[in-house]
Design a protein around this ligand. Structure first.
Ligand SMILES: Cc1cc2nc3c(=O)[nH]c(=O)nc-3n(C[C@H](O)[C@H](O)[C@H](O)COP(=O)(O)OP(=O)(O)OC[C@H]3O[C@@H](n4cnc5c(N)ncnc54)[C@H](O)[C@@H]3O)c2cc1C
Length: 407
């Protein structure tokens, strides 16, 4: 059976790896001309995803690329000095296993793991999908037409496959009220294992770097009184809006904004949650952010993408490629994790960007208290899992599909 995956970031290569191991012929089409090597932003893998990358044999490589972030130095408006918080304690209270890694480094490791068993096509994109009883005819922007048994969209929050098969994004997208902006900037403070963050009412600004990064990231999370008007490819307009939102912020922000103005690697987007009743239509399904993004940076979506890809591949193998069995089994196996991630994202979006001065104080004090917990106590919190909205990951149990392995 031939399976086409759209998107080669996190979910795509993970899915390609497992499908090939189960004996399927896999092709991955990626719109970018090459695998991106700018680092992207820092992402997190929690326990269920860590277990899966371990089974893939890439855990060691991932650990060798961890960002090494140890301390968050938090600053509060009107208060001199910073509160230093051990980051390990915070993550230990969320999950018993965790690693933070730059997204592009994770993507490259997953890509390399699947490269020898999957066909990768860069610099192309699907333009149409036409299904019948025995397969899917696919046309591409550049390559020749091809026919596949199944097609899977792993092409992110603004998925092309989803638009082609399920219609406009606006039907499923729910804005959580915040925006997120990240830019690559010079590491002019020489940051290594310390991240900086300053909190004000409805606005956060920060700066971090990572062990292997030659540069740093400026990061902004904010809640404007009303939605912002801009085109998603109009970076100049986005930078202008960002400057306007952060005027008079003080702290390190004037220097960060000056660096952002010069930056060629810039991203700004609304924090949006996708809510679809089903991710599958006929022979096409979605995986990772394309199908169930709980909200970038607030819902543990990278872990969810890895787990989703693993479960989808396992269910396709279990059903011997019969999508009428595999897709419903995949959706049902993941449903609770997706619901939990959505709940967590709603809470995180509200908590992380406080809407009052008391909220700002409470976030810093709460982070300080959790960050300084002994690791054993923090792990107890994560084991309590379902009692805290932030520690949902460790309660996720996936089936063991090892019996389906062919290669
Ligand atoms: C600024 C920012 C900060 C974040 N911080 C965190 C964090 O702290 N922790 C965390 O866990 N997660 C975080 N995330 C979310 C995380 O990056 C995603 O959840 C994760 O990358 C999802 O992986 P994915 O493979 O599903 O989709 P993506 O990583 O979005 O990848 C989609 C892929 O599809 C490709 N593509 C797009 N369109 C097409 C097309 N037409 N044809 C072919 N290919 C296409 C893209 O080029 C890309 O390679 C953050 C996201 C952002 C944007």
């Amino acid at each position: 059976m031939r399976i086409l995956i759209s998107g080669a970031s996190v979910a795509g290569p993970t899915l390609a790896f497992w499908l090939a191991r189960y004996g399927f012929d896999v092709a991955v089409v990626e719109r970018a001309p090459t695998l991106r090597k700018t680092g992207g932003h820092a992402v997190d893998l929690f326990k269920p995803a860590m277990d899966i990358v371990e089974k893939m044999g890439v855990l060691e490589s991932i650990m060798a690329h961890e960002t090494g972030a140890a301390i968050i130095a938090m600053h509060r408006e009107g208060h001199p000095g910073v509160v230093e918080i051990p980051q390990g304690g915070i993550f230990a209270s969320v999950s018993q296993r965790h690693v933070e890694i730059m997204r592009d480094e994770l993507s490259e490791i997953l890509y390399n793991a699947s490269l020898s068993t999957a066909e990768y096509i860069f610099d192309d994109s699907i333009t149409s999908l036409s299904q019948d009883g025995t397969g899917v005819d696919v046309t591409f922007e550049k390559g020749s037409d091809r026919r596949f048994d199944l097609v899977i969209g792993a092409d992110g929050l603004h998925s092309n496959v989803r638009s082609l098969v399920f219609g406009p994004e606006s039907t499923y997208a729910h804005w959580l009220g915040e925006y997120l902006a990240v830019a690559s900037i010079p590491n002019y403070l020489g940051l290594r294992d310390r991240s900086l963050m300053s909190l004000q009412v409805n606005r956060i600004a920060g700066m971090y770097s990572a062990a292997q990064l030659p540069d740093a990231r400026a990061i902004f999370l904010f809640r404007p009184p009303e939605p912002l008007e801009y085109h998603h490819r109009d970076f100049d307009r986005q930078k202008t809006l960002l400057h306007a939102v952060y005027q008079n912020f003080g702290w390190e922000v004037p220097r960060l904004l000056a660096a952002v103005s010069e930056s060629e690697v810039f991203y700004m987007d609304s924090i949006t949650q996708l809510r679809m009743d089903t991710w599958s239509k006929g022979r096409v399904t979605l995986v990772g952010d394309a199908g169930y993004c709980p909200g970038p940076a607030v819902g543990g979506s990278t872990s969810l993408a890895v787990v989703g890809a693993y479960v989808l591949a396992g269910e396709i193998a279990t059903a011997a490629g019969d999508h009428t069995l595999a897709y419903p089994a995949y959706e049902s196996a993941l449903a609770e994790y997706v619901r939990g991630s959505r709940r967590m994202a709603l809470t995180a979006a509200k908590t992380i960007v406080p809407s009052s001065r008391f909220g700002v104080w409470a976030v810093i004090q709460g982070a300080r208290a959790i960050g300084h917990l002994p690791e054993s106590v923090a792990h107890m919190l994560s084991r309590a899992g379902s009692t805290t909205r932030f520690s949902i990951h460790d309660n996720v149990h996936t089936k063991d599909y090892q019996g389906m392995l062919r290669r």
